[in-house]
Design a protein around this ligand. Structure first.
Ligand code: BES
Ligand code: MN
Ligand code: ZN
Length: 486
């Protein structure tokens, strides 16, 4: 979606949109629009839309009213985002190619206008790469938004938000791609291509290097797959030289069959998005670099495929992690924690972070607990948990905190090794977090985000169509903006 700015409306616009920011309709509307909106019970509530056709100077214009007004529980900025998203949802395949957003009598601030544009961009994203037989009326038609009469400062505000949109779109692309297209090597290559010229530094550990480093847990997961594992590192140094970085670690299981503890066939195709944590980290790094964030941030993606095979690891196998701790692999389907533990050990050794946050589609139990409205948050630091929860609320990528405690921790003790990779059935998301906590170094503030329910949507939401949501990018971006940048 192209966004341009103009002083006046295009000479013969076909489609014009106006924002309705309060529950009062603008007085300068043509009478048919006013009465039509009232008759249709359009009140300007966020996300509501009313459309009519008006005659102006001999031509007929399609006029849309997009509600950005009060909607209980949402912030003012979120309401503007919903207005943009509603316009995109309505006109994406309408046949219209250009939408003129007429702000000449609007009171929206630059930040609010940028929110409208962000909503428009995010809601109009689709992944049509493999749909070769779309009918004309199913194809995307809307390709450009002309913003007319925006307040001073809107373009700068939009530039930063556009970088965030680009990051969200990249995450969605990685998540939406099937596992025969995106596997560890191709995930790395997609990133190398996308980050070219962005100012980040990319490095990759291959299987031999990981073996030398002693990453026995990650390699144990990878050994049943024909695809070699990779550890991808994306470094953005926009902050003070020498300032300790914040590190984000993503679970990148490009397909999770469960391994020898194989999953049932029904719904297994969903496990192409078991790399959603790594996808969020990559997209967030693209956003931060794109808007030149004044912070030192490192993204680490542990990329593997979990397959059953003659060489796959067996239930009962004992592996030695890079930390030296040993793990009895009771269930090969609890593979995410085995990937993350070695990625986290390595990231702490390599970068001495002050703060480390991991994102992972870690447990089905998290979806049972929270559904698709919140990601689960676990942390060894109340201060960090509060900052993340606040970023979640502000960005719309919401989080809800769960406990950690020694009583849960002892549930993963093993009689043959230092720990087992699964606990009993109860509290499955918490014991998974306890497992990860055993790999956090003294003095590091750490949080684990279990985003299993968040990366894929079965139905359209406010700013996404069904499919990949891009969850996590705006969360990380807001967290860095509000609590890391000075
Ligand atoms: N990737 C899954 C978790 C998952 C399941 C995410 C469904 C999204 C939807 C993870 O690797 C897994 O299989 N976890 C197991 C853990 C169990 C074996 C302790 C689970 O949740 O069933
Ligand atoms: Mn699994
Ligand atoms: Zn998994």
């Amino acid at each position: 979606m192209k966004v341009t700015f103009a002083q006046a409306l295009p000479s013969s616009p076909r489609l014009v949109a106006r924002l309705v920011e309060t529950d009062k309709l603008p007085a300068d509307l043509p009478v048919a629009m006013l009465q039509g909106a009232e008759a249709s019970r359009f009140s300007g509530k966020a996300g509501q839309l009313f459309e009519g056709f008006v005659e102006s100077g001999g031509t007929v214009v399609r006029l849309a009213l997009a509600g950005a007004g009060k909607d209980n529980g949402s912030s003012r900025v979120t309401n503007f985002e919903k207005a943009g998203a509603a316009l995109a949802a309505r006109y994406l395949t309408s046949g219209e190619t250009v939408l003129a957003l007429d702000l000449t009598s609007s009171k929206a601030s630059p930040r609010e206008v940028a929110a409208v544009l962000l909503g428009l961009r995010l809601r109009s994203w689709r992944w049509d790469a493999y749909r070769t037989k779309l009918k004309e009326e199913q194809k995307k038609s809307l390709g450009e938004v002309v913003v007319v009469g925006a307040p001073e400062g809107t373009e700068a505000e939009w530039q930063a938000e556009a970088a965030v949109a680009t990051g969200v779109e990249f995450t969605r692309e990685l998540v939406a791609e099937p596992a025969n297209v995106i596997y560890p090597q191709s995930f790395v290559e997609r990133c190398q291509a996308r980050f070219a010229g962005s100012g980040v530094e990319i490095s990759v550990l291959d299987e031999d290097e990981m073996r030398q480093l002693g990453m026995g847990a990650l390699l144990g997961v990878a050994q049943g797959s024909a695809r070699a594992p990779k550890m991808l590192v994306i470094k953005w140094q926009g902050g003070k030289a020498g300032a300790k970085p914040v590190v984000f670690v993503g679970k990148g299981v490009t397909f999770d069959t469960g391994g020898i503890s194989i999953k049932p066939a029904a719904g297994m195709e969903d496990m192409k998005w078991d790399m959603g944590g790594a996808g969020a980290v990559a997209g967030a790094m693209l956003a931060l670099a794109g808007r030149k964030a004044k912070a030192n941030v490192i993204g680490v993606c542990g990329l593997v495929e979990n397959m059953p095979d003659g060489n796959a690891q067996r239930p009962g196998d004992v592996v030695t992690t890079m930390s030296g701790q040993t793990v009895e692999v009771i269930n090969t389907d609890a593979e995410g924690r085995l990937v993350l533990c070695d990625a986290m050990t390595w990231a702490q050794k390599e970068f001495s972070p002050k703060t480390m946050v991991d994102l992972a589609t870690l447990t089905g139990a998290m979806m049972i607990a929270l559904g698709v409205e919140h990601g689960g948050l676990f942390s060894n630091s109340d201060a960090l948990a509060d900052r993340l929860a606040a970023a979640g609320k502000a960005s719309g990528d919401k989080l809800w905190r769960f406990p950690l405690a020694p009583e849960y921790d002892k549930l993963i003790d093993s009689p043959i090794a230092d720990m087992k990779n699964v606990g009993p059935r109860l509290a499955g998301s918490i014991t998974a977090a306890q497992f990860l906590q055993r790999y956090v170094d003294e003095g590091v503030e750490w949080a684990h985000l279990d985003i299993a329910g968040m990366v894929w949507a079965d139905k359209p939401g406010a700013t996404w169509d069904k499919g990949a949501t891009g969850y996590g990018v705006r969360l990380i971006d807001t967290f860095v903006r509000d609590t890391v940048e000075g």
